[in-house]
Write a new protein. Structure first.
Lengths: 329, 329
DNA sequence: CTGTTAGCGCTTTCAG
DNA sequence: CTGAAAGCGCTAACAG
């Protein structure tokens, strides 16, 4: 930058100001500076700027399962929205592990991100969140809710899950199993609640044996499904708590030589972009992934603008996508 | 940090050294410093450190289609490998647009990333790459190859595509169509070459009418497939050039009320994690996505270690996954 | 309209 | 074993 100033015959101050347009400069000066910049191939050092200004124009994003198609869409949306607002994204995978999450969050915070977008693990309340709070890092939580005064955005879980179960019940199923995700996560808790409420509504008993602990993982759901099928009185329908588990369930069912929906009906939380190409076409709840991402960024932007505002919690609608793995048409 | 020094009754120099272990300090001093850090809730400012040291311990990652399941796995692998080496990831989506790619790459470079991992767009040679070169940013290219003396890693395309075509030919198909990706990308060029070579090997004529320009996009591939089916003499088999196009092709085929593989066989480049759940189960070429990501990081690390070394180009093997969309068993 | 100068928070000679 | 002080590249009062 000094080089540029020398070449243009002005002070670094002026260079800085013409670059940032932070104060008027004569036409001629501006041209000379711009020209010098061109000739030197000068590249502004954002770090130095951030240090001087206090503010990096970057956001930290910490989520789990970077390869989860659900989060993937969210990431894409966040990248877009953040970019439009002039923010870069610093990425970290929490691996759904509170300790690792803290490491990631700390690394991002030390890099002075202006704000943190986080899909909190169970355990965030003890680790990552207190840290962020103590360091005064503006935070918005996404996907999962937590009992803390923070900006949060996620989807409706209870109602939609109930809708899935009701649908199966209306089709005459009485033994409806559910593959549940990571214990303690608000998404899991809410979906289970939706499941139980719907059973009750339908006058069906809740049978703990029909709960398959899938830990939100493909393989665990697979094994749990096998176990369900081995029951003396196996379920005639199953609802999957998330996309990864859906894969596991389907594989297990196929392995046993059974067919969906003839031998067992299956409905799921989370849509796939190509869920209509599966055999059979999957009846699912679709979350507005892109909207989730962009809302999270919007919440962050308002938070940065007005740090004192009351925290907001937002629930996004999820939609029932009726195809035929439920046994219809 | 000054605060910490004061509290510990030492100089900032000492604080810095005990934090980094860059020089011995008495047991007692160290303890006092560590204690002071604890008490103040001090968080090191990585920016300031980077400014002073010149080196941010972060890598830029610029790719297109953050939601492409193929790249998604690559990103996950890169995040893991980079993290293990103590590097954070700065993320940007090129949107497969050279102009935007340059913007992204520039933004990342200005943030002083130590190196750039890039899946170059067609056009990178005119925009992003010259910029990176002029700024001396260590760069490694991934997925697509480019004619430039840079570290590059990607997969085998020609052979595997030929294998796909041979397989169809061996099944008796003579009208084999191909959905091709973005023109000019090395992946596209090589896959088309594999296709043509295999046709020739099989003694089949190359019919330009059987080339569907899919632009690596789902919808364009869909439309192109429809057009193929409307041909007076439509293909009896089609090979898809990448995962997004596969979706489009399958949808188009389904729309026409046709079935794979009975009415038309389909094989594809790129596996899906659940390609075995599709109807029918997809015969594909699977790229070693995780390996691609980790190799890219490894290349980067060696490059950073030895900036003068000769650039390396690496080709990773892709594997033929035989299922039954080809019409077998 | 432009320049001087004091930091931003940290590292690292160079001296003790 | 420890400190003083000079930067890293940039911004923003404060002066003119």
């Amino acid at each position: 930058m000094a080089e540029v100033a020398r070449l243009a015959g002005v002070s670094v101050t002026t260079v800085s100001h013409v670059i940032n347009g932070t104060r008027p400069a004569s036409q001629r000066t501006r041209e000379r500076v711009l020209d010098a910049i061109e000739r030197t191939g000068y590249r502004p050092n954002t770090l130095a700027r951030a240090l001087a200004r206090g503010g990096t124009q970057s956001l930290g994003l910490a989520i789990s399962g970077l390869s989860n198609p659900y989060f993937t869409d969210v990431v894409a949306a966040i990248e877009g929205a953040a970019g439009r607002a002039g923010h870069m994204l610093l990425l970290g995978d929490t691996r759904e592990d509170p300790e690792h999450e803290l490491r990631i969050v700390r690394a991002l915070a030390e890099r002075q991100v202006d704000g943190m977008l986080l899909a909190p693990t169970v355990g965030a309340v003890e680790h990552a969140l207190p840290y962020l709070e103590s360091q005064n890092v503006p935070t918005v939580l996404l996907d999962r809710f937590v009992d803390a005064p923070l900006d949060q955005v996620g989807c409706e879980n209870e109602g939609p899950t109930a809708q899935l179960v009701e649908h199966l019940a209306s089709l005459g199923h009485t033994r409806i199993a559910m593959a549940v995700g990571i214990p303690g996560l608000s998404t899991t808790v809410e979906r289970v609640k939706g499941y139980r409420d719907a059973l009750e509504q339908a006058g069906l008993p809740f049978d703990p044996a029909l709960i398959a602990e899938g830990g939100s993982q493909r393989d665990r759901a697979h094994d749990a499904m096998l176990a369900l099928l081995d029951l003396p009185d196996p379920p005639t329908a199953v609802v999957s708590g998330n996309n990864f588990m859906t894969i596991g369930l389907l594989r297990a069912i196929a392995e046993r030589g059974l067919t969906v929906p003839d031998d067992i009906a299956l409905v799921a939380f989370d849509d796939f972009e190509w869920a209509d190409l599966f055999a059979p076409r999957l009846t699912v709840i679709r979350q507005p992934t892109a909207e989730l991402g962009s809302r999270a960024v919007e919440l962050m932007l308002s938070r940065l603008e007005d740090p004192g505002a009351a925290p907001r919690r937002e629930r996004l609608e999820a939609t029932f996508v009726h195809r035929n793995s439920c046994g219809c048409s």
